[in-house]
Structures are given as C-alpha cells and as structure tokens.
Design a protein around this ligand. Structure first.
Ligand code: AHR
Length: 309
C-alpha cells in the first residue's frame, strides 16, 4: 500500500516507516556531494527509509533507478533529473503506480510538469539575472563591446538552460554586452578547464572581458588554466560563477573571481517538509524555492560562514 493513497488506517500510518527512493545525478561537483549529503541526512532525521541511487551522470541509469523504485513500490520518489527531456515514460509509469514524484534541484520540461507533484530547489533564472546585474554595475562606464565567454553546464540540463537564459534576459537592455563564445563544461572542473582551453584556440582571450561559468568547479578550472597564461583572472578578465563553494569564496577573496551567486545545496530539510506534507495528503505548492545570496567584490566578505562544500 502506498502512504499517499489514503488506504492505511491511522494506527497503521503511525507505525509505518515510509520508504523514499532518491535518484541523484552523480557526484560531478562538491556542490552535488553536499546536496546528496543534505538530502540523506534530512531523510534520516525525519525517520524515512531512503533508497539512494547515484546514476553517475547517465540518464539511462537514472531511468533504470526510478524504474527499480517503482518495482519496489516505494511510497514516494525524489528525482533530481540530469537533463530536462526524456522523462515522460518513466514519470507516467510512476503515476500509473500511484507513486508521487518530487523533483528536486533540477527541472524536467514544462510539458511534463503535470507528471510530478512538486519541485523543491533554486529559482535558477534569477542566478543569471543576478550575474547580469553585477556585470552592468562592474562595466558601468565601459565602452562597447564587452565580450563575454560563457562556460555552460551540461547540454539540456535545466540549470545550464536557465543560467544562460537568465543572463541573456538580464543583459538585454544593454547592447554593449556580446556573448562571443558559449561552450559546455558539464559542471566539472576538468571539463571547465578543457572548455576554456578550447575557446582559447579560436578566440584571443586578451579580447575577452568576462568569463561566466555556470558553476564554481568549472570556474576553478578556468582560473587554473588562466594562471598558466599571462592573463590574470579577476583582474584582466572578470570571472563570474554560481554555487558558493568554499573554493570559489576563497578565489573571490583572493581577487581571482569577481562574483559568485550562491545556490544553496542544503535543500534536504525543505525537501522532507514537502515530502511529509504530501504523504500526509496535504496540499503543497507546485514550486518551493530555496534562496541564495550574491557574493561579489562589492560585498563585505569578512563574515561569510564556512561553506561546508
Ligand atoms: O543543478 C545544480 C548544479 O549542478 C550546481 O550548480 C552544480 O554545481 C551541480 O553540478
């Protein structure tokens, strides 16, 4: 019997330990590792039995993981979808089995939104807009063109799509900014480094004013590459990033990164409040956003707490 079907008596409900299947993307960044830890800790604290699967960056594996949760008749599935598309069939299978699905951190396509119960995670387009606001302040008096290179996350991943769209939206009223190259670095340090190295083959980085990285690990890779050249990251090229990992805050303090948009990975507690509400058959909002701050060269950086990721 599923806990959301209302078929359990009250006494059965009190005794029952609900089983939750959690399908995670992998461990591509320190952010992701912290996110996994946060979900597992919060689930345990709230007395759920968590079946955790890590798909190692493969959507095929993630779909298999979700199917195995359905086959084991879990009470609820938490899915962090690696990419936006390709979920329709497996989400329909969960719906047919009467198992509610909570989407966490990343999103599936809008067309499939009717197939999940609710979303818990960041309001990602805002992160691109916050980056644009920083850039407009930083380059207030600069002449056109202001050349931007973008190191995106993975193809078809919702934070890559939304961080790009947010930046474009935020810069649309300032035609001085020009995205001269936009490449993918899969949210990984090594691939971020590789991506900027490839851009340098076709673009003179001395003509580049800004490198916008969709996450801190890729920014780490970009900074480490630039440090092997005569271009000073943070001074000759403005570096922007997203996440708020300790490594990025340290680089910001050292003047090698100029702006970091915080994306809080500690969403476990909020996630399980929502999970509990669903299993208690209460109404939940379709979107439950976490919040994030902007850390930049204009911020007071003295009191930023140890990040833990
Ligand atoms: O989905 C969130 C993104 O995924 C984080 O910004 C990134 O670090 C992670 O890999």
């Amino acid at each position: 019997l599923t806990g959301c079907s209302g078929r359990n008596s009250n006494s059965e409900k009190e005794k029952k330990q609900y089983v939750i299947g959690f399908s995670q993307i992998g461990a591509e960044s320190s952010w992701r590792e912290r996110n996994t830890q946060s979900v597992l800790e919060a689930g345990k604290k709230a007395n759920y039995k968590i079946i955790y699967e890590n798909a190692n960056q493969s959507q095929v594996e993630q779909i298999k993981d979700v199917r195995s949760f359905i086959a084991s008749r879990v009470d609820l599935i938490i899915l962090t979808p690696i990419v936006e598309t390709g979920w329709r069939h497996v989400l329909e299978e969960a719906a047919d089995a009467n198992i509610p699905v909570v989407i966490s951190d990343r999103l599936v396509s809008k067309e499939d939104a009717y197939l999940f119960k609710t979303f818990v995670g960041p309001d990602v387009p805002i992160q691109g807009i916050q980056t644009a606001d920083f850039l407009k302040k930083k380059f207030k008096d600069a002449p056109a063109p202001i050349n931007v290179v973008e190191i995106q996350g993975s193809v078809d991943a919702s934070p890559a799509i939304s961080r790009h769209e947010g930046l474009v939206e935020g810069l649309k009223d300032d035609p001085r900014f020009k995205i001269v190259a936009s490449v993918h670095g899969d949210f990984m340090l090594s691939k971020g480094r590789e991506a900027i190295k490839n851009v340098a083959k076709s673009h003179d980085l001395k003509q580049v004013d800004v490198i916008y990285c969709h996450n801190d690990d890729m920014a780490d890779g970009v900074v480490s590459y630039l440090e092997e050249t005569d271009i000073k990251p943070g001074r000759d090229i403005t570096i922007c990033s997203v996440d708020g990992q300790q490594s990025a805050i340290d680089l910001l303090k050292a003047g090698k990164i100029n702006c970091v948009i915080e994306c809080d990975p500690n969403m476990g507690e909020k996630l399980f409040q929502v999970v509990t509400a669903i299993l208690d058959e209460k109404d939940v909002p379709k979107e439950n956003f976490t919040t994030g701050r902007v850390f930049s060269e204009y911020s007071d950086l003295t009191n930023i707490e140890e990040r833990g990721y």
